[in-house]
Design a protein. Structure first.
Length: 145
């Protein structure tokens, strides 16, 4: 998918967060992750809040949608397989969780760079990047324990 304007970028941000929410809800319910169900449910809740944040950014900057064109930005490098199988171990699920967070980090950082001409939007996208950086740190701390 070509992310050629503000609207497409925010649509894809919402798609990422929706996928993250579904992944974390599924991971929280997986028997292999019973010990970390609260953390995973919390990450699902955070993803839900990020969906609302992406929608807010779009609403508050709707006039910018028409003005700002973006080139050389596609969704293909941000697509990942986050499907959880019944036989996945906790380690496998947490490996996917790290990949989910790294993807979101990369996306928001890259999107902010593409929308530098819209400083408020770029700042909001950088904030979402920071949220995913914190999520990744939480996941890595669990793995080290």
């Amino acid at each position: 998918m070509d992310l050629s304007n503000f609207g497409c970028i925010m649509d894809f941000a919402e798609k990422i967060e929706t996928e993250n929410e579904a992944f974390y809800n599924q991971a929280a319910d997986h028997p292999a992750c019973a010990d970390q169900a609260d953390l995973l449910a919390g990450l699902a809740k955070t993803a839900g809040k990020n969906i609302n944040e992406a929608q807010r950014i779009r609403r508050e900057n709707v006039t910018e949608m028409i003005l700002e064109c973006v080139s050389d930005f596609t969704s293909y490098s941000y697509e990942i397989d986050s499907a959880i199988q019944a036989d996945h171990t906790a380690d496998a699920i947490f490996a996917i969780a790290r990949a989910v967070e790294v993807r979101a980090q990369r996306y928001y950082q890259d999107a902010a760079g593409k929308l530098n001409a819209l400083p408020e939007v770029a700042r909001n996208l950088k904030q979402l990047h920071k949220k995913h950086t914190r999520n990744l740190a939480r996941l890595e701390n669990i793995q080290r324990s």
